[in-house]
Design a protein around this ligand. Sequence first.
Ligand SMILES: C[S@@+](CC[C@H](N)C(=O)[O-])C[C@H]1O[C@@H](n2cnc3c(N)ncnc32)[C@H](O)[C@@H]1O
Length: 283
Amino acid sequence: MADAKYAPPGVDPNQASIARVYDYFLGGNCWYEKGLEAVNKILRELPDAKELAWVNRNLLTRVCRFLSQTGVRQFLDIGSGLPTAENVHQIVQRADPTARVLYVDYDPVVAAHGRAILAENDNTEFVLADAFDPPSILQNPVVRDHLNWDEPIALLYMAVLHHRYCDTPADRAVAAAATLPLIDALPPGSYVAISHLIDPHDGSDDDTTVKNVLGAVDSSSMKNVTALTLPEIEALFHDTELIPPGPHQPAGIVRAALWWPDGPLGELSPAQRILAAGVAKKL
Ligand SMILES: C[S@@+](CC[C@H](N)C(=O)[O-])C[C@H]1O[C@@H](n2cnc3c(N)ncnc32)[C@H](O)[C@@H]1O
């Protein structure tokens, strides 16, 4: 647990944040005591919350390995989270130490830890910006300079686009509006990877699980979460071309656990069923 006395400027340690709650679920130590209230509320509603965090984090590892093997050498990771084990730069710079990584997150705690850890890594930078304010990302001089926008870039939105309020039906399109300018800015040959909470919208057990997640987050002092239907998640990729999620699989989005799994999987658990993932190429 981090000491609230040493919270970085601009950080309220009494306010839970998704980055710190997620860090707790992954076994990190960048969370404050107050965040435990939110953690416990989520665990009461979804005992598998830690598993859900790992479903996503393991997916991130597989996606980075895959994209690295396709030859991509630049990674723009939006909503990067606190630097725990196996961060994007560690995965892709293992394959090529010159691979460039740019982390973006809007949480000042993530910024403080990210900048400290990355201070000695010339090929990795951190920018404090909001995923739902694309100009604040695209016009940032570090973003412009650290990446070569004439060469393919992997744009990652892993478990970030569902962290937002959604009061009206029109709000459901906000995430798709946020991804468009960045996808438009990518050169051909680039990739987009997205994981997102699914709204099954069908009264199934998964529907109940997702409603429990939303209820738990709503009742914590964190921002709300919005789950999207599979077609709405697919719309986040705009005109890019989804690639197959595994050998002999049709191109498309799948349950995150099923995206190029490292080995055979049995029946999927609730946590494995409520997160969708896809990777698409910009032609
Ligand atoms: C669940 S964590 C995912 C971290 C990482 N992408 C991963 O897959 O392991 C969500 C992260 O998104 C960040 N985030 C949430 N809303 C954001 C926004 N509007 N702009 C930038 N970052 C955001 C949070 O601060 C948190 O670090």
